[in-house]
Design a protein around this ligand. Sequence first.
Ligand code: CO8
Length: 258
Amino acid sequence: MDTVLLEMKEHIATITINRPKALNALSTEVLEDLNTALAQVCATKSIYALIITGAGDKSFVAGADIAEMKDKNVDEAATYGRFGNQIFRRIENFRCPVIAAINGFALGGGCELACACDIRIAADNAVFGQPEVGLGITPGFGGTQRLARLVGAGPAKEMIFTGRNIKADKALAIGLVNSVVPHDELMAAAEKMAANIAKNAPIAVANAKTAINEGLQTNIDAGINIEVKAFSACFATEDQRTGMNAFVNKEKVDAFAN
Ligand code: CO8
């Protein structure tokens, strides 16, 4: 992988999009490397939380690679869009929580990548935007779908129709990010969040993620049924016995098994 770095330490993996000279723009090669890195993390069962960030001080991801994209015809654009969407769906449905550590520009495909993650922590220099209409295209990696689901139709339409960027404080105000931290504290904040997730029972966390994601696609009654399934399935795990026995015995859980 030339354009993506992967680090796995204890229960936390970090994927860094590493193309800083192009502000980490998503070329086909970056998307392929990202896909490969995701497969490696997925196969490493001891990983309970994943952080995605960008290399350098300036940019998380400044969008899809415009130079590579500009001469595509309709079919090629559809193939490219489907490939990106397939990877972003993979992130959304990833078997453990994914945290975006947004260290600068999150534009176009970069904002869409952040939206595909479960939790977004922004550095105070982060800038968000969906500038596609200024390039003559619509968002193409899920921006018209996830952004509206996250922040509501009004703010999403304003961002997408005007193509204007917003700063981190505005992103926090509209609910696009969970928190904003000083730039030099970003990775520590993301790692702390990841560690807080990873110390919990991983199957329970994964089941909760599935229940939230699937429930958001359906009505409340169907959603409750999804939760009953997720909740009751935990009673087949060793972690449920570990967690509840520790509570009744007034002990702390050293580590969950799985
Ligand atoms: N694609 C390709 N190269 C890029 C991109 C990009 N998205 N963004 C920046 N770069 C490159 C620049 O070309 C430049 O390269 P070089 O040094 O070789 O000239 C280098 O990164 C540094 O960029 P700048 O000199 O422009 O840096 P500035 O600090 O002056 O500006 C900006 C930073 C404001 C972020 C500016 O680079 C910019 O506006 N970038 C483009 C942002 C954008 O429009 N993103 C949306 C792209 S479209 C998209 O993401 C659609 C996704 C779905 C597609 C699905 C299609 C089917």
